[in-house]
Design a protein around this ligand. Sequence first.
Ligand code: PEP
Length: 258
Amino acid sequence: MKKIYLYGNWKMNMLPEEGEAFCRSLADRITGSLYGSDLVDICLFPPFLTVPSVLKALPGSPVSAGAQDGYFEDRGAYTGAVSMDMVRSAGCTHVLAGHSERRHIFGETDEIVAKKLRKALDVGLKAVLCFGETLEERESGKTIQVVQNQLLSAFQSVPGEHAQDLILAYEPVWAIGTGKNASPDDAQEVCAFAAKLASGTFGGQSRIPVLYGGSVKDSNAGELLSRPDIHGALVGGASLKVDSFLAIYENYRKLSAG
Ligand code: PEP
């Protein structure tokens, strides 16, 4: 069985005490199981203020924590911003960059995403670069072109020696939080394209994982995760309950065990 990345983006949900309770229950469920093995990599992305209580509830567990965002400047007059160094020193190992909600609600351009990505990698974080097309772009046959532009713009800011800390997440905008997932064939096609572009840019040995995100839940996870170029899932809504989050991996395992 291949290694699966199971990443949960809590968005603006989970008070510190709720995050702590979630992680205590998650830690109980996964102790002594396959989850501690190299076959599963779990990371949670809580809101900034919930990160400390998540980390408090996780020591000794194989689960890591990441931030949903980080700014590209180190410090200074940037009210409301949190630097990548702050993210790292709070105990996060990962950070998201270019999530579609940051691009579309907060107006982040490819240029801003590239700067954030560079800074995240420079301070030693693993960066999850999200990319994906809108419904209009898909319906007008522009998916591959859009995805290629987003990826190449971001890849330019990644020094070769940091490529091993890069994780890609294909998240079609129309599938996020809508209950409509990309079909396994469509998701596979774009993830395979992204993997090929990454290995063309960083060298065949780079083996950068590509996750799929967009309304992943237990009922569609098995088929999606079984596709050869989909290495995991970035999960929003279904990551808010321990049962629905773990069911994603459990369904994949059942399907691949036959
Ligand atoms: C996400 O937030 O990255 C996401 C994919 O959300 P959802 O699973 O709710 O569609």
